[in-house]
Design a protein around this ligand. Structure first.
Ligand SMILES: [Zn+2]
Ligand SMILES: [Zn+2]
Length: 235
């Protein structure tokens, strides 16, 4: 009965643009205006930080070898991600996973990852939000690119302040010791793709990659939906 009600509700819920939330045709994923104004990362791209060459923010060694994202975190992508994270916009994940899958095939086609893992959230924040938005992206991407998804690999031990809300100097300290590997047998000798929604300075990815590396991972690469543009003063 519940399943029938859910199907009915879905049939009568209008399809909405994954970026601006406007009502669109049922077969579409986004409206024409958003499709035309997506802040795509394109042209000559730095494979280490995932940004266009003139936005490159590489600053020293990282525990991951490559980072890729389809978009910059601005304009309609910023708007869509806000709905996705804070206004129960779970339905947006399908459109986002397709974009990430396209970026994956452009940049990571030569890699043979053993599995995809999401940057973990604490149980408390998943409870508070009602869902884990990174899990939706990582799992969706894994289905699109046909690479297994694992959930038992990384854990977040305690809550931290959001990385984008604090200055660069404090970001590293904010994350030290926050993540751990829940299953080191699953990590040793493996090539792992880490997935997140947004990356600012790459510190969250780096801290997760560090734990994977310390537990014997052979290679770690990262993918997210959006990257903030580098702020020279913030470096
Ligand atoms: Zn739109
Ligand atoms: Zn770079």
């Amino acid at each position: 009965m519940i399943r029938i009600l859910k199907a009915l509700a879905k049939a009568f819920t209008p399809q909405r643009c994954a970026y601006c939330d406007d009502v669109i045709f049922p077969q579409d994923l986004m409206c024409e205006e958003c499709a035309a104004s997506l802040p795509r990362i394109e042209g000559e791209i730095c494979t280490r930080c995932g940004r266009e060459k003139d936005e490159c923010s590489c600053d020293g060694e990282k525990y991951y070898s490559m980072l890729a994202a389809p978009f910059y975190y601005e304009g309609v992508v910023r708007k869509g991600l806000h709905i996705f994270k804070f206004r129960h916009g779970q339905q947006n994940s399908g459109a986002y996973c397709l974009e990430m899958a396209e970026t994956f095939s452009e940049r990571f086609a030569a890699e043979d990852f053993d599995y995809i893992v999401g940057v973990p959230m604490t149980k408390k924040s998943i409870r508070k939000r009602g869902y884990n938005q990174v899990r939706l992206l990582a799992k969706g991407l894994s289905e699109c690119v046909n690479i297994p998804y694992r959930e038992d690999v990384l854990i977040k031990l305690y809550e931290t302040r959001p990385q984008h809300g604090i200055s660069y100097l404090f970001r590293k300290g904010n994350l030290t010791g926050v993540f751990d590997v829940g299953n080191s047998d699953a990590v040793r000798g493996k090539k792992i793709l880490l997935c997140d929604d947004i990356s600012t300075s790459g510190e969250t990815f780096n801290e997760c990659a560090k734990m994977l590396w310390l537990n014997g991972a052979e290679k770690v690469c990262c993918i997210c939906l959006a990257l903030t543009k580098s702020k020279k003063k913030d470096k």
